[in-house]
Design a protein around this ligand. Sequence first.
Ligand SMILES: O=C(O)CCC(=O)C(=O)O
Ligand SMILES: [Fe+2]
Length: 261
Amino acid sequence: MKAAMAAFFELPLMEKKKFAMGANDLEGYGQAYVVSEEQKLDWCDLVALKTLPLEQRNLNFWPLNLPGFKEAVEEYSIEVQKVAEEINANLSILMGMERDGLKRYQGELKQLMRMNYYPPCSSPDLVVGVSPHSDGGSLTVLLQDDDIIGLQIKHKGEWIPVKPIPNALVVNIGDAIEIMSNGVYKSIEHRAITNEKKARISAAAFAYVDDELEIGPLDSMVDDPHRPPMYKKIKYIYYIRQVLARKMDGKAHTDLVKIQT
Ligand SMILES: O=C(O)CCC(=O)C(=O)O
Ligand SMILES: [Fe+2]
């Protein structure tokens, strides 16, 4: 998977542009957005592909003439989905349900694979690889370089590096699980920084629910009046549209659906 991603980003720009993301597309090759004049520039190339279920793949965005790419992404996406499903099963138990509790509620999870390429940057203070945000879906499973630190999480107001553990994956809770868990499992604010000398590649597999599903705190996580619902119910499509429309601004999106007390 790492070799396949590296081979893609090494393609000449003209080749990569054949898979260019349209203005309102989630899929394809592009650059991370520049949010505002005041904000540091995002320093990152990316290609995003809908990987699962198989019928939602749009092979027009896939570099099919790159040897081994499709096979690697296909195999990796299936394996990483099993990891996401196993974590969901365990989270279900932690949330007071049977192992299949979240699966029953969420249905079969879909997957978008976002592959990021952060070129080396001689002025790392002036750019940020990916601006601070939380992931909108249920879970994100991240594959990162074993020897280059780039990912940071916000903890008690400070940016803490997530040091790579060789051959390990990083799992982020997304906003949808925060909402379903009624705030017990919080989505994490994170960003990626660039490196002065070395390029870094990562693959974020976002597992998310069907657009039409209404997400809200699960019954097992609500205990009125001791633990009332803390989030409004919202159809996932409306939630994710808000996230995408407002670009990236820390954890502001979950605040939008919080019930004010
Ligand atoms: O490259 C990373 O470590 C993080 C990427 C990320 O947060 C994302 O693609 O949502
Ligand atoms: Fe992210």
